[in-house]
Design a protein around this ligand. Structure first.
Ligand code: PAF
Length: 273
């Protein structure tokens, strides 16, 4: 497995690759969720590149940038064992100039939900993803459905900037008790982990309501709120796949999302219906 930290070295390695390239951007602390993206890429592309970069521009002041879990050695092992061809581990100075070009996420869909609670977060995500796409020029790039709004905004960026990249969305990976995998789960104490299960419990309840023909968003959200009452809810929302708010669930065109604090840890989860 090749390792690169200089973007220009990786770009020239990329140029030497004649066949398809799958790209999996990550911030490291890899877990089964990332591994599923990597496996998907290896299955479907001739070459797979993984980036590991805790991108400072997508963190707001006061967020966990400095504390963000770092496990470089373990991450490299995981990539190697999975069969990744190249890992990109840039430094901040390799990726950003002092006087840097800015990307702004769309005014409405980049500043609702995650964007409302973390204004500017998606500007940073789109900025780094665009740079990484520029370096790796992937045929396909893999993103998890857990970050549903991120996935939507990246799909839109690719479409609106006419980038020749196929965005592949991958299913959320959960532990056997339902907890969606996240690098931030390691912040949870034992008691908090039990509370964190309420996210998937609320989403399961919402799914059951839909199955029994209750499609009214308000009623579903009220029930979910009851389940999550012992957490510090930021939002529970029901949107279509274009992130427009829905009064009524539309089968095969709906995402139900939740963001809540369990203790100090902010968790998100969602279900696609
Ligand atoms: O989803 C993430 O881990 C990050 O937002 C990404 C896409 C790697 C950009 O930093």
């Amino acid at each position: 497995m090749r390792k690169f930290s200089d973007p220009l070295d990786l770009a020239s390695y990329r140029k030497s690759l004649k066949n398809s390239v799958g790209f999996v951007p990550t911030m490291g602390a890899l877990h089964e969720g990332h591994i599923s993206l990597i496996k998907e890429s290896i299955k479907n592309s001739d070459n797979t590149i993984v980036s590991i970069f805790v991108n400072p521009t997508q963190f707001l002041q006061g967020e966990d940038l400095d504390a963000y879990p770092k496990k470089i050695e373990a991450d490299l092992k995981i990539c190697e064992l999975a069969g990744v061809d190249a890992v990109f581990l840039p430094n901040i100075d390799d990726m950003y100039e002092r006087d840097e070009l800015k990307i702004t996420a769309p005014n409405i869909k980049g500043f609702t939900l995650e964007g409302f609670n973390r204004p500017g977060h998606f500007d940073g995500v789109l900025q780094i993803v665009l740079k990484l796409f520029g370096i790796t020029k992937p045929t396909k790039a893999y993103f998890g459905k857990k970050d549903a709004q991120q996935l939507f905004l990246i799909q839109n960026m690719v479409k609106h900037l006419f980038l020749d990249i196929e965005i592949i969305s991958c299913e959320i990976i959960r532990q056997s008790d339902g907890l969606a995998l996240s690098s931030r789960n390691i912040y949870l104490s034992e008691d908090e982990r039990v509370k964190a299960l309420l996210l998937s419990t609320a989403l399961k309840l919402a799914t059951k309501m839909v199955i029994s023909q209750e499609l009214d968003s308000k009623k579903i959200k009220n029930k979910m709120q009851e389940v999550l009452k012992d957490t510090d809810i930021e939002y529970i929302e029901i949107v279509d796949r274009e992130f427009n708010l829905l009064q009524k669930v539309e089968i095969k065109n709906t995402i139900i999302l939740v963001a809540t604090f369990v203790g100090e840890t902010r968790l998100i989860d969602n279900i696609w219906i």
